[in-house]
Design a binder for this molecule. Structure first.
Ligand SMILES: NC(=O)c1ccc[n+]([C@@H]2O[C@H](COP(=O)([O-])OP(=O)(O)OC[C@H]3O[C@@H](n4cnc5c(N)ncnc54)[C@H](OP(=O)(O)O)[C@@H]3O)[C@@H](O)[C@H]2O)c1
Length: 353
């Protein structure tokens, strides 16, 4: 029997990618999708590319989703709602489930449960956390970096964070580098969501490339905390993000100086990364420079690395909507439900988009 899946953040880009993955998932089935703005409307209208797989599915209201979650003994709840909204929405749904005695497992793709304290969250997002008492029930990590089973629920790190963590955590955990990590990240426009704003709108980005929030991006504290939690090292991440004229995909380059006394060749470095990710079906370490087109629309992340004997560079590419959001969330949900982590996620990239 398939586990019913529920989605928050209905008309958003990440919700659309979740739908695309869930209609092909062998063990999960879409039971409800909440839209704050369009309850009762056709889901296929919001996502025409998914129409053949969605049939007559309509968005539900929060009241309808609350009623539904209370009748499902087990469910898989994904939140692709905005930060600042997600925590309280999840909290209300979990409260109703607790009263009804049902047991949803949650993966939150927003930033709301990525911090270990409400104070740390408020310091970055400048508003109070929506459900501070729930924070302890969430763990934040990329699935590749936490082999133990989380207690209850998961906060998925963001897309830039996933790429940066995949590239840098092995360097820290294996004590290969001094703990100052320079990160240059490049992202496509879907990373900013469905609503066009100045600076992220397609005509602005088209044929252009520019940095933003250099050394002050709000995801730096999340990256630092996630890396420290799994590697044991509190590194300094100097992160400069860039907007690229592409719709999907992230390319991150991580650079650091080798730790005193460490010597490593390029071949040895790649082998170290391969060994680190030997149990990770979605991470591949290449001999050549990784390219966004090889992973777009898939849950795979490709890495490569180089050493010149003093500095090492690790490159990572992944799809922001898939591995960096919906795919990573499904990977976590598979584990929360006791399914093999790769279920429903092994489709490869189309190559030409
Ligand atoms: N885009 C990415 O590459 C990416 C990667 C990693 C993580 N994320 C995170 O994933 C989440 C969704 O991102 P996205 O790119 O899909 O954003 P998006 O395209 O802007 O969609 C967010 C959706 O949330 C819903 N929403 C907005 N205000 C709401 C409110 N007050 N109450 C309830 N629902 C509300 C809206 O759908 P309805 O009106 O239909 O409810 C909206 O379409 C965000 O937290 C984002 O930070 C995004």
């Amino acid at each position: 029997m398939k586990t019913p899946a529920l989605i928050l953040g209905g008309t958003g880009y990440v919700a659309g990618e979740l739908l695309r993955l869930l209609v092909a998932h062998p063990d999960l089935e879409i039971a409800g999708i909440l839209s704050d703005s369009q309850p009762g409307e056709s889901v296929a209208k919001a996502f025409p590319h998914l129409a053949p797989a969605l049939g007559e599915l309509t968005f539900c209201s929060e009241a309808e989703l609350t009623a539904l979650i209370s009748t499902l003994p087990i469910s898989a709840l994904f939140s692709a709602a905005p930060h600042g909204v997600s925590a309280a929405l999840i909290d209300r749904l979990l409260e109703s489930a607790e009263v009804a005695g049902t047991a949803p497992r949650v993966v939150d793709i927003s930033a709301d449960y990525r911090y270990s304290t409400a104070e740390a969250y408020a310091a970055v997002y400048h508003h109070a956390h929506g459900a501070a008492a729930r924070i302890k029930d969430f763990v934040c990590a990329v699935p590749e970096h936490l082999r133990t089973q989380p207690a209850k629920h998961v906060a998925h790190p963001g897309c830039f964070a996933t790429a940066t963590l995949l590239a840098s955590v092995p360097l820290l955990a294996e004590k290969l580098v001094s703990p100052t990590i320079f990160v240059s990240g490049i992202t496509g426009s879907t990373g900013s969501g469905r609503k066009p704003v100045d600076g992220t709108h397609h005509p602005v980005r088209h044929s252009d490339l520019y940095s933003y929030n250099a050394l002050s991006h709000r995801h730096i504290p999340e990256i630092t905390a996630c890396a420290a939690a799994v590697s044991g090292i509190e590194a300094d991440f100097a992160f400069v993000p860039h907007s690229a004229p592409i719709a999907r995909g992230i390319h991150v380059t991580v650079q650091a100086t080798l730790a005193p006394g460490i010597t490593i060749t390029t071949a040895e470095l790649r082998d170290k990364l391969r060994a680190f990710y030997s149990h990770s079906p979605f991470v591949r370490v290449l001999e050549s420079a990784p390219r966004i087109k090889d992973v777009v629309a898939s849950n795979y992340a490709n890495l490569s690395a180089t050493s010149n004997g003093r500095t090492i560079a690790v490159m990572c590419v992944l799809d922001n909507l898939n591995k960096g959001a919906a795919g990573g969330a499904v990977q976590w949900m598979n584990r929360l439900l006791g399914l093999p982590e790769h279920r429903g996620l092994t489709a490869v990239a189309p190559g030409w988009t």
